[in-house]
Design a protein around this ligand. Structure first.
Ligand code: FMN
Length: 208
């Protein structure tokens, strides 16, 4: 069996973490260096991560989550945001290609114009969907990479988005997508593997 198959089978959402198990910014950055490689629409890289290390900020996130205790026990809680205005940085994302001659000036200008129009024409709801879609793909990669490096995670949606955004000073346009707690699972309290639908119930070839 491949390493990836093993990894996917061994990842699960931790219910409880071991307390007093610090994770360093260096260890987190090792994961983020690989998370960079996640796909994103037009390579806009909508995801933004805020690992919370400050105890008073962690307390605010804990309150914003309605007191989910794993936030206190985890080695870190990470707020994952999606940038609804990521498309406004399309030029920046392509400057490297232009400088290297992998894109000429006309292609560059056309890309900037087309991508800007693509998002502006579809409007605010689409920009929010894109933020959630792209940040979620990135967050899944984060959780698999964390597992690969020996860390357990739990994605979390139970929180007040406004309170989370305020706790970490999120700028306008940054949408809270999920929290991820990361740490070492307390193996005396594992989460049993939940029921999974058979393939035929979630895959419909050609038509529903
Ligand atoms: C978007 C999302 C939000 C979740 N929110 C929570 C949460 O707030 N608290 C929690 O304990 N688990 C949360 N989970 C974990 C799910 O309950 C878990 O993924 C599911 O039961 C399947 O279990 P597994 O991840 O162990 O395979 C969330 C998962 C996802 C993908």
């Amino acid at each position: 069996m491949s390493d990836l198959t093993n990894l996917v089978q061994s990842r699960h959402s931790a219910i409880k973490f071991m307390s007093d198990t610090p994770i360093s910014p260096a260890e987190l950055n090792e994961i983020f260096e690989l998370v960079k490689l996640a796909p994103s629409a037009f390579n806009l890289q909508h995801a933004h991560y805020v690992p919370v290390t400050d105890e008073s900020v962690r307390e605010q996130i804990y309150q914003a989550s309605g007191g989910q205790y794993k936030i206190k026990l985890a080695s870190a809680v990470i707020a994952v945001f999606g940038d609804t205005k990521a498309y406004s940085r399309i030029a920046e994302m392509n400057e490297g290609f232009l400088a290297l001659g992998m894109m000429d000036r006309t292609e560059f200008d056309t890309t900037v114009r087309d991508v800007t129009e693509f998002y502006e024409r579809r409007g605010a709801e689409f920009q929010r969907e894109e933020a959630v879609r792209n940040a979620s793909l990135s967050a899944m990669m984060f959780m698999l990479l964390a597992k690969d490096k020996g860390w357990d995670t739990c994605p979390m949606i139970g929180f007040d988005p406004q309170a989370v955004a305020e706790a970490v000073g999120a700028p306008e346009g940054m949408l809270p997508v999920m929290l991820i707690t990361i740490g070492k699972e307390d193996r005396s309290k594992p989460r049993p593997r939940g029921y999974r639908k058979p393939v035929a119930q979630f895959v419909s070839y050609d038509r529903f």
